[in-house]
Every structure is written in C-alpha cells, then in structure tokens.
Design a protein around this ligand. Structure first.
Ligand code: GLA
Length: 376
C-alpha cells in the first residue's frame, strides 16, 4: 500500500512526503454503549488507512484519494467545506483542530486504505485518526491522544452527520498489538487485556449489506437513549438499571423501553466478558456475544436478515460466540470459533449464504494490531 500511495503522491504533487497510518477496529462486545457512558471492548486491526503528507506552504489542502481516484482542494474556513464525502473527513479534522485554538498549515496528501468500507470496521475513524495524528505530529501541536480521538468524533458529528460515540476513534488511536482495550466511556479510564485465545480464532463474516439510512437510524437510537435518560434524571443510561426503567415504563414509548433495556443489559455483558477472559472462560464470552446479538436484533433493532442468518449458522455450527459487530444495519458478524470447527463453519456459512442471498459473505481473519503511528 505504501508504494502505491508514494507513486500517486509523486504523480500528483512531485517528490515525497511523510507516511502515517491508523487502524480500523473490531469490538469484542459493548455495542451502542459508548454514547451511553458505558463500556466498550475494542481492538485495532491490521487493516486501516495510510496517508503520505507534506506541508505545501499555502493555506490550502490538496488531497488525492488513491482508492476512489478522486482529487480535491479546499481551504480551511468553514465556507470551504468540500463536496466529496471522503474529503469532509479530512476537512472536518482540520476544522476541529482549528476550533481548539491551533493553526493548521496547508498540505498535500495522497491516501489509501484496506479497511472494507461500510463493513462496520470503522474506516472513517481510521481516516480521521490518521490525519489528526499526522497533523498533530507534523505541526508539533501537542494535542493528547484523547483529544485527537475527540477531534475525530466531532468531525463525525459536525461534518458527516453521525452522532457517534468515542469507541472507534479511541480504538484507532490507542490500539495495541495483541491486546483488546476496555474503555469506560464515562471516565475514559482504559485497560489493556492480552488477547490470544488459545485454540480459538476470531473471524469476521461480512454480509456486504450496506444500509443507506444507517446514519439517521443510528442517530435515532441515540435520541431514544437520551430521552429515557432524561426521564430517569440520569445523565446517561450508564446510571440506569432495569428497576428504574420498569418504573417509567408507562411514561415512555415501547420502542424507547426496548432500546434502553438493551443498553442496560449490554453494559453488564462487557464486564462479564472481561472477567471471563481473565479466567480463560471462553464459553461465557461466547454466551454473552450471542446475547448481545439477540439484544441488537430484537430490542435495539440494528440487525438485518442477512446478519441474523449468519448468526443462526454460527449457532448451528457450534461456534462459541457470534454477533453483529459495530453500529449494525449491515456489515459483519464477529465470531469466536474453536480451531477445529473453523473450516466447517466457513464452508457452511459461505455455501448457505450463497444459496439464500446469491453471493458469499466475505471472510476476514482478525489480527489485533497497533493503532495510529508514523510509518518509517
Ligand atoms: C459506530 C459508532 C461507535 C459505536 C458503534 C456501536 O461504530 O461510530 O461510536 O456507537 O457504532 O457500538
């Protein structure tokens, strides 16, 4: 990927630049908990975004997307917002850095990635984190990594229309090879857990379903949670339990009740999985993953028939744990599967999915890797 980007950088801007990269992420458990002040348990993966960057002595950004073969230029003022959605991520990062009182100089950049788009592995956070990390480093801005993550998150909120939580940007920046990281999204305390499940493999199956209205549906889920938190007089659902929720059942819609019920359950499941992992108890890890799928499908309603189908197949094949990963509405399931069942699971999933939906799911083996870094 580096050579491909270097070639395009030279072709568009001449000469060489400095390389930075940041990762996509998986999340073992803890979905839609981040914006509810709960826990998440992600890890960075060996698929991400990489950019070649060089200051250009102007006040403009000139950017080339190698994958999309698309070029654009923009200034740093609010009115200069580019039309191309991919460029808005870079523009947003620049604007959010400026809003925090720093100065950004113009730069040339060519970038590419190998995180599948729309598969729930957070290609957009990888892009934001790459540029936030790179600009901070190149311009010696002294912004800490938490704030870099918030810069990416605010980019989503203010320039891309997604009211996301902090998980993806956090994982993309803080990821560590061989480790998952449990983040408390209220206190922002985090802890690395070595993740090397002996005798098991972690594999993603991508339905290739991309939900057109995913961002508005995502924002609606968040609004439901905020409405319930307000009625309960707590700042987020982190501080709610099922008794509290039952006590307001008649004052909220059935739908909001279901959303909150899922979030309250999921908060505990992350903690259970962390404890189980420390004991090497993969059975419990897997059970919680299936419960999460159930909750995301029936209560939070962010699954889709294709994801439910893959989840059923996982169960039938004796897979230890399986669930929809990320925001939902399409994308991947994440599966924890015993080595000896792996081949049969993949063959069965591919064949049955092909028969039902006319194409095979894509298979990605997961390697937990480092987050944002300068590429030497
Ligand atoms: C998306 C968002 C995250 C998180 C997940 C669901 O990936 O960007 O902040 O809410 O969905 O867990």
């Amino acid at each position: 990927m580096k050579n491909k980007i270097a070639k395009q950088f030279a072709a568009h801007f001449g000469g060489e630049g400095v390389f930075y990269a940041s990762a996509g992420r998986i999340n073992l458990i803890g979905e839609h908990t981040d914006y509810n002040g709960g826990f998440v348990f992600p890890g960075a993966i060996d698929k991400g975004m990489m950019a070649c960057i060089r200051l250009n002595g102007t006040d403009k950004v000139r950017a080339y997307s190698v994958d999309l073969e698309d070029y654009t230029e923009f200034g740093m003022e609010e009115a200069d917002a580019p039309r191309a959605s991919w460029a808005r991520y870079i523009f947003g990062v620049c604007r959010e850095i400026i809003k925090r009182g720093h100065q950004i100089k113009g730069f040339d950049t060519a970038f590419a990635g190998d995180v599948p788009l729309g598969a729930g592995m957070s290609s957009s956070a990888a892009l934001e984190s790459t540029f936030a990390f790179a600009l901070n480093d190149m311009l010696s801005l002294g912004i800490d990594k938490f704030e870099l993550a918030r810069i990416g998150q605010s980019t989503e909120h203010n320039y891309c229309g997604v009211k996301c939580g902090i998980m993806d940007q956090f994982a993309s920046l803080f990821g560590k090879a061989g480790h998952l990281v449990r983040l408390d999204c209220r206190s922002m305390e985090y802890k690395y857990y070595p993740f090397n499940p002996d005798g098991y493999r972690l594999v993603l199956l991508d339905t290739l379903v991309k939900h057109e209205l995913a961002s508005s549906a995502y924002n609606k889920r968040r609004e439901s949670c905020e409405r319930v938190a307000e009625i309960l007089c707590v700042s987020t659902l982190r501080d709610a339990d099922m008794d509290m929720l039952e006590s307001v059942r008649k004052r909220i819609s059935e739908e909001d009740f279901m959303r909150a019920e899922y979030v309250i359950g999921e908060k505990q499941r992350v903690l259970d999985v962390c404890d189980a992992l420390e004991l090497g108890d993969y059975k419990t890890v897997g059970e919680r993953m299936y419960q999460t799928h159930e909750g995301m499908s029936r209560l939070y309603e962010v699954s889709c028939p294709e994801l439910d189908f893959l989840n059923d197949i996982a169960r039938k094949c004796g897979v230890t744990g399986s669930r929809v990963m990320g925001g939902g509405f399409g994308g991947c399931t994440i599966n924890l599967v015993k080595e000896e069942l792996y081949d049969n699971f993949i063959t069965t999933a591919k064949a049955s999915f092909l028969e039902k939906y006319g194409h095979e799911p894509k298979v990605y083996d997961v390697n937990i890797s480092d987050g944002a870094h300068k590429v030497c």
